[in-house]
Design a protein. Structure first.
Ligand code: ACO
Length: 429
């Protein structure tokens, strides 16, 4: 028998269907709640609200599980690549060899920006944050392909997806070059996705940079681990904007803005700044943790805590291991990695963090890898945005192709003044 939920309001009992997902997650379908009862639900921060049904990513935050289209993140990190995972997320299944080749070729064919785009970069001040440039330039790039921005995406979706995925990397590298006053470096056909990004970031017109395989692999892994994370703040933003019928470039630009904040994708930058501050002060991390626990300091242990994970974030575990491997292969040490490890160890034994189930999240160690690759701190959220692009594209597609899709439009409980009357300006006290 189908399960139902009963809600008793003002002496009357109402029943609502229970929806069960493929992983046995249960939800009460309250779509008829207001119609039937006149009530709405209030869920500040949406922690108990399912905004959609989605078949892209599964997370079990209690058990520390993350799967893309059913495949555990650990298997993908070990055996796959960012582009194969992008295909998996966007198209819904792993590609055959021929499909992967075709998708890679499509990315290569679409990697160049329209030459006029170079002039848009000139409009930004030298110290503009690259996330501002990225968001603006993604929207600008969309203007060059009006034929791809139609609401019905069925006949050109692959080209649309490949163009955005490929060009976001070129835009990101150009944003960095612009901020350093360096000439733009064009992508090369023979390089794969992550290698091409490092080439556009660090080569010179007269000399190509050395692309170390371990550096390329580490960056590819970072992109892969960021590729999707179900209904987080930026992805929900993308879905919200998509629900109004806006085009993919506009949705992705909005996603970048949502991701920029320090509580979301900006946390990787905030973690490194925190570790640098601790390092400069000579603290071994203990004083800092005391400040965090003393709420009046207003400080948080950045890179710790997660709305969904109440157990170790599986991405953080993979990235931590990758930090050790990469630094060893590059023959480097980083004092910030030692501080991060000490902070983690102390926090995981501390009642404050245990009680609140606060563990390292994806951002706690990712910055150490990016530093080792020579990527400047203000580009960290940009790396996150490039990685998250296939997830946003997959979610955009889910919204755009949903035949029952409706515009996202939450309600509110109004707590402002009740009826007031306009007072002419000369009668106001
Ligand atoms: N350091 C110290 N205390 C924390 C931290 C932290 N990093 N995170 C949460 N807490 C505390 C809160 O103060 C609160 O304590 P209280 O119950 O005594 O009031 C409790 O833990 C619950 O925290 P909330 O803010 O209610 O948790 P929420 O789910 O709303 O926030 C978030 C999750 C934003 C990730 C939060 O843990 C945080 O600010 N972390 C630091 C920033 C960060 O690393 N963001 C990246 C997230 S992952 C991502 O976007 C890729």
């Amino acid at each position: 028998m189908n399960q139902v939920a009963e809600i008793k309001l003002e002496g009357r009992v109402y029943t609502f269907p229970v929806v069960v997902g493929t992983e046995q997650e249960k939800a009460i379908d309250i779509r008829e709640l207001r119609n039937q009862t006149g009530y709405i639900t209030l869920d500040d921060g949406y922690a108990n609200t399912g905004s959609c049904r989605s078949a892209i990513t599964f997370i079990d935050g209690e058990k520390g599980i993350l799967r893309y289209r059913g495949i555990p993140i650990e298997e993908l990190a070990e055996q796959s690549s960012f582009i194969e995972v992008s295909y998996l997320l966007i198209m819904g299944r792993l590609p055959t060899r021929a499909e992967l080749r075709r998708f890679s070729d499509l990315l290569t064919q679409n990697q160049m920006l329209h030459e006029d785009m170079k002039f848009h970069f000139e409009g930004f001040p030298p110290n503009a944050h690259p996330m501002a440039i990225l968001s603006a330039m993604i929207n600008a790039a969309g203007c060059y392909y009006p034929e791809l921005l139609r609401r019905d995406i069925s006949d050109h979706f692959e080209t649309l997806a490949a163009r955005l995925l490929s060009q976001v990397r070129t835009i990101a590298a150009f944003a960095y070059r612009k901020s350093r006053g360096l000439p733009f470096i064009y992508p090369k056909t023979q390089y794969k996705y992550a290698a091409n990004f490092l080439h556009m970031m660090f080569s010179h017109p007269s000399e190509d940079c050395e692309l170390k395989p371990e550096a390329v692999r580490a960056l590819d892994l970072l992109f892969l681990l960021h590729a999707d994370h179900e209904q987080n703040c930026s992805t929900s933003t993308v879905r919200m904007v998509a629900s109004s019928g806006a085009n993919l470039f506009a949705c992705a630009a909005a996603g970048v803005c949502a991701l920029w904040g320090p509580l979301h994708g900006g946390a990787n930058q905030a973690v490194i700044e925190m570790l640098e501050e601790i390092h400069r002060s000579g603290d071994d991390g203990r004083k800092f943790l005391e400040q965090v626990k003393n709420k009046s300091s207003g400080r948080r242990l950045m890179g710790f805590g997660h709305r969904v994970y109440k157990n170790y974030d599986p991405r953080a575990r993979i990235i931590k291991r990758q930090c050790d491997e990469l630094l060893a292969k590059l023959g480097r040490t980083d004092p910030l990695l030692d501080i991060a490890k000490r902070l983690e160890e102390a926090a995981l034994q501390d009642e404050y963090f245990i009680e609140r189930k606060l563990y390292p999240n994806v951002d706690f160690y990712s910055g150490i890898i990016m530093r080792a690759l020579g990527i400047p701190v203000n580009m960290f959220p940009v790396i996150f945005a490039i990685g998250r692009m296939p997830g946003w594209i997959a979610h955009y597609r889910e919204v755009a192709e949903d035949p029952q899709g409706r515009i996202y439009r939450p309600r509110q409980v109004y707590v402002g003044p009740t009826l007031q009357h306009y007072v002419p300006i000369d009668q106001r006290t």
